[in-house]
Design a binder for this molecule. Structure first.
Ligand code: HEC
Ligand code: HEC
Ligand code: HEC
Length: 131
């Protein structure tokens, strides 16, 4: 016949093992990233921050299609200042520290956008200029 005690303790051990990844770190995925605000002191982004957090990847794709497929290089205006539509021309003008801004979130979320295989970061651009 069934041994009730053995089944129950077996179940308890099973549940503990299966949920190990959840309780092991005390439900902690590490400190949340704190992306650095633009060093140039600008206070506004091309869209409200919440929208940027959720949708910046889509916006970048739209911009790329506008520029490369539809030859639409219309400038964008943020707080009265004009920027070219582009990753380097706009985003990195304000978010000039990729490492402390873009990477802080992407490292946390384990996202690795391939953009930088071709596009150049402000740090790399500065190095090239110094050569
Ligand atoms: C004119 C300067 C400027 C430009 C250009 C700009 N940003 Fe921003 N961005 C900011 C500022 C300032 C904030 C913080 C706004 C706030 O907290 O209300 C911000 C916030 C953000 C956030 C949210 C950050 C957070 O802490 O949650 C993301 C993501 C972002 N920007 C990505 C981009 C991308 C991608 C581009 C290019 C498509 C871009 N930004 C272009 C100035 C800029
Ligand atoms: C507030 C946090 C945060 C900041 C700041 C941030 N990102 Fe992201 N980014 C994310 C997250 C999270 C994802 C993954 C979203 C997903 O997979 O749905 C992502 C995805 C992307 C993607 C799509 C990657 C892919 O493989 O599909 C691109 C491109 C991108 N980010 C560019 C940038 C650039 C450029 C900057 C800096 C100007 C930046 N991001 C700043 C959080 C951030
Ligand atoms: C294989 C190389 C390559 C990769 C990878 C790449 N790009 Fe580009 N991208 C280009 C080239 C070349 C242009 C054209 C520049 C021009 O004509 O102004 C361009 C232009 C753009 C533009 C419009 C204008 C500009 O100069 O910024 C945007 C926006 C853009 N790319 C975003 C992205 C994003 C976001 C990623 C990553 C998800 C990415 N690109 C990955 C090569 C690349």
């Amino acid at each position: 016949m069934y041994n009730k005690g053995l089944i129950v303790s077996g179940l308890v051990i099973f549940v503990l093992l299966v949920t190990f990844p959840i309780w092991f770190n005390g439900l902690d995925a590490g400190p949340l990233p704190k992306p650095e605000l633009p060093p140039n002191g600008t206070k506004e982004c091309v869209a409200p921050a919440a929208e940027m957090r959720a949708k910046h990847m889509q916006l970048l794709n739209e911009w790329r299609d506008d520029v490369i497929r539809n030859s639409n290089r219309e400038k964008i205006v943020v707080a009265g200042v004009e920027y070219g539509k582009g990753l380097q021309l706009a985003c990195m003008e304000c978010h000039s520290n990729k490492e402390k801004f873009c990477d802080s979130c992407h490292d946390y979320a384990a996202v690795q956008p391939t953009c930088w295989e071709c596009h150049i970061t402000p740090t790399e651009a500065a190095k090239k200029e110094a050569q």
